[in-house]
Design a binder for this molecule. Structure first.
Ligand code: AMP
Length: 175
């Protein structure tokens, strides 16, 4: 199966991707994580990409695809953080057929609380209140239109539930 995860930052995509990976043995590709690793390794592309994501902006496609392309598995994968724009979705459609898009929704108030809590635990540089607000704004403008793009394959999940309840809802709706 070839899955993508959609939803605002802080909706719980990463947590559910890790669950799905364990449950169904998918390869989990986390684009944000790949960008952070590339930055930590101080590669030229990693440093270029960070100029954008550190401020909450999307990394431009020409930089992002050079980093991402080699991480795209053939089959049995879950993409977490890609695609994030219509043009990325069109690029992906030429490479792979996507079976399902799992859309995890959540209330904005809850999202901000979660991300600020994560900031304390993980110390991610882009989890400050100003950058979180920017990321939510970018999500609404650039990524939300993908819900329409994937409407035939969309599974809608209520992300305001407990983590196990969200996982159960995903498993039920995937079957
Ligand atoms: P995430 O860990 O998924 O929240 O991603 C962290 C940041 O990396 C995002 O706020 C974006 O700036 C950048 N990023 C991740 N995935 C993409 C993508 N598909 N296209 C452009 N930028 C991305």
């Amino acid at each position: 199966m070839r899955l993508i995860l959609l939803g605002p930052p802080g909706a719980g995509k990463g947590t559910q991707a890790i669950f799905l990976k364990k449950e169904f043995h998918f390869t989990h590709v986390n684009t944000g994580e790949i960008l952070r690793e590339e930055y930590a390794k101080k590669t030229e592309l990693g440093i270029q990409a960070a100029q954008y994501w550190l401020k909450g902006n999307l990394t431009p496609q020409r930089i992002l695809l050079q980093i991402f392309e080699k991480h795209l598995p053939q089959d049995n994968f879950i993409l977490d953080g890609f695609p994030r724009t219509l043009s990325q979705a069109r690029w992906l459609a030429k490479k792979r057929t996507i079976d399902k898009a799992i859309y995890i929704t959540s209330q904005e108030k809850l999202i901000i609380q979660r991300l600020l809590k994560r900031a304390k635990l993980e110390g991610r540089k882009d989890d400050t209140l100003a950058v979180i607000k920017k990321r939510l704004h970018v999500y609404k403008n650039r990524t939300k239109p993908l819900l329409h793009y994937y409407k035939k394959n969309l599974i809608r999940i209520n992300g305001d539930q407990s983590i196990p309840d969200v996982s159960n809802e995903i498993v039920k709706k995937l079957q």
